[in-house]
Design a protein around this ligand. Structure first.
Ligand SMILES: Nc1ncnc2c1ncn2[C@@H]1O[C@H](COP(=O)(O)OP(=O)(O)OP(=O)(O)O)[C@@H](O)[C@H]1O
Ligand SMILES: [Mg+2]
Length: 141
């Protein structure tokens, strides 16, 4: 099942904490840089993990961002505590956002986070419900 698994790095992501927002994904980027991972792969993972982290901060009750290293792939796993995505098909559509004006003023809410996660990854899986949203994003190396 977990063939080739090497190591997990985990980050707690607090809801509505814009002071700390981005620290998890920036740590992941630095870890991968120090490992000498290909720059193109790092760029994609940085974009995707940042979007996942910001969605936890803005849209969820808080959660965790994991970076799982395998011998031939890297998986970014985003897990939060709810309230879940009401209409998943709409949420995956470019330009769809439920972000209120106060969030848009901060520069978020273009509705491009989830579409970009799909675009920049090799595999994208999402499950969502009242108890939370889990997104598993795979990058092949
Ligand atoms: N973790 C989550 N929990 C609950 N709802 C979410 C979560 N992530 C996304 N959503 C919902 O899906 C919508 C689309 O998400 P997406 O990341 O594509 O856009 P956005 O966050 O609104 O704007 P952007 O990412 O461009 O700043 C969000 O507006 C929100 O309604
Ligand atoms: Mg987003």
């Amino acid at each position: 099942m977990n063939e080739g698994f090497l190591k997990r790095y985990s980050f707690n992501i607090a809801a509505n904490d814009f002071m700390s927002a981005g620290k998890g994904s920036s740590s992941i980027k630095n870890i991968l840089k120090s490992m000498g991972i290909d720059a193109t792969v790092i760029r994609k993972i940085a974009i995707v993990s940042y979007e996942a982290e910001m969605n936890i901060v803005i849209h969820s009750l808080g959660g965790e961002l994991h970076c799982d290293l395998y011998d031939n792939k890297i998986i970014i796993l985003s897990e939060d505590a709810g309230p879940g995505i009401e209409d998943l098909n709409l949420a995956l559509t470019e330009g769809y956002s439920t972000a209120p004006e106060s969030i848009r003023e901060l520069g978020f809410g273009a509705g491009m986070g989830l579409p970009n996660m799909m675009k920049y990854s090799d595999d994208f899986k999402i499950t969502t419900g009242r108890d939370g949203t889990v997104i598993k994003i795979t990058f092949l190396m």
